[in-house]
Ligand binder design. Structure first.
Ligand SMILES: Nc1ncnc2c1ncn2[C@@H]1O[C@H](COP(=O)(O)OP(=O)(O)O)[C@@H](O)[C@H]1O
Ligand SMILES: O=C(O)C1=C[C@@H](OP(=O)(O)O)[C@@H](O)[C@H](O)C1
Ligand SMILES: [Mg+2]
Length: 182
């Protein structure tokens, strides 16, 4: 990858810690931190309102716009929303020039980290559902999509330990790339 500083893009299910770990990782690497949900909220208002007023598909369109825009830039740590890279268009756009890492966690950890049963009121993907069943259902739908990326487990580990593992992984992956003939 020469003198480029490919961005590091974090994906994974809600509650795997993308936003939390992304901040620590950006600090470690000296990269700018961006969170795709925060960008969408800045531009278009709260995610719950986007879902309520315009529907999920509209939110997914906004995600595609942000993915295309951020993929043009290097030297970022990009924490994505949990479904952004399940969309193969977004996955391709980032994988072309950047390193994508999927954070993983067990359903029990995810349940606790999304706020337990209260997620049915606070998060649009859980609105009015049984949160544990919905986590199982969405994981079943999405796991194959996350599996295409490098995986880092987050259960029972602090964000700084997870960030350290990602730094080592990124070093390894980018070193491999510079050895590859162009
Ligand atoms: N490694 C971790 N250990 C303990 N709690 C964590 C960890 N990573 C994230 N959390 C907590 O879980 C919740 C969801 O984290 P967040 O970073 O918003 O996840 P995501 O962006 O993947 O949805 C937050 O309350 C956060 O403090
Ligand atoms: O997985 C999803 O469908 C979503 C995950 C959220 O981001 P986090 O994964 O950062 O919580 C946010 O983009 C939106 O509520 C939808
Ligand atoms: Mg997040």
């Amino acid at each position: 990858m020469g003198d480029r500083r490919p961005s590091v893009v974090l994906t994974g299910f809600m509650g795997t810690g993308k936003t939390t770990v992304g901040r620590v990782l950006a600090e470690r690497l000296g990269y700018e931190f961006v969170d795709t949900d925060a960008i969408i909220v800045d531009r278009h208002g709260p995610i719950t309102e986007i879902f309520a007023e315009h529907g999920e598909n509209h939110f997914r369109t906004l995600e595609r716009e942000v993915a295309a825009e951020l993929a043009e830039r290097d030297g970022l740590v990009v924490s994505t929303g949990g479904r952004m890279l399940v969309d193969p268009v977004n996955a391709d756009v980032f994988e072309r020039h950047h390193v994508v890492v999927a954070l993983t966690a067990t359903p029990d950890t995810i349940f606790l980290r999304v706020g337990g049963d209260r997620a049915a009121e606070s998060r649009p993907m859980f609105a009015g559902t049984d949160v544990r069943s919905r986590i199982a259902e969405l994981l079943a739908e999405r796991s194959a999509a996350y599996a295409r990326f490098h995986q880092v487990a987050t259960d029972d580990r602090w964000p700084n330990q997870i960030a350290d593992e990602i730094v080592a992984l990124v070093d390894h992956v980018t070193a491999d790339d510079t050895r590859r003939p162009t």
